[in-house]
Design a protein around this ligand. Structure first.
Ligand code: ADP
Length: 159
């Protein structure tokens, strides 16, 4: 059985993340979407809220599990006995960082591969930051996130 993990901040999950999740779920028997707890990063949603949004928006994909972790991603991947990690690539701007990260992870855990999935063209511009910025300035984020997530983002704006 092949287990893969898709680690990220998912603050919040976007249609771009969901596209990667759906496609990665086809190439792994079990896909664990893993929300990283990074105390140094200022986030809009708590880890618990991010996990809940991911669970809600992936509930129709039977082989997807959602979890949270702290510490090194490769340590978490090992604990889950994952054979590969999935990352999404949007543009060349992602490439330097993602390549460096995957090379570092390869040194730390040579048995775990990083598999890159190229974004669908329609999501190439999309990031959690774009969603938050657009919402902050009153933009319509309907095309960026599922309805459920849109409501949660708008609720946060009211606070
Ligand atoms: P991180 O803080 O770890 O980069 P993110 O939640 O921003 O976490 O992203 C997690 C992964 O999803 C990264 O590999 C990122 O490149 C990828 N990703 C983010 N947005 C998109 C998108 N629109 N299309 C494809 N991949 C994406």
């Amino acid at each position: 059985m092949t287990t893969a993990i898709y680690p990220g901040s998912f603050d919040p999950v976007t249609n771009g993340h969901l596209d990667i999740i759906r496609r990665a779920a086809k190439i792994a028997d079990v896909l664990i979407v893993a929300v990283s707890q990074n105390p140094d990063k200022v986030s809009m949603f708590t880890v618990k809220e991010r996990v809940a949004m991911l669970r809600e928006t992936t509930k129709d994909i039977p082989n997807v599990r959602v979890d949270a972790f702290s510490g090194l991603t490769v340590d978490y991947a090992r604990k889950q006995q994952a054979s590969f990690m999935v990352r999404g690539l949007r543009a060349v701007t992602d490439f330097d960082y993602e390549l460096q990260l995957s090379q570092t992870n390869k040194v730390l855990a040579p048995e775990i591969e990083t598999v890159f999935l190229a974004t669908d063209l329609q999501h190439a511009y999309l990031s959690s930051s774009v969603v938050k910025q657009a919402a902050q300035f009153g933009g319509d984020i309907s095309g960026f996130v599922p309805e459920y997530v849109k409501k949660k983002v708008l609720d946060k704006m009211k606070k």
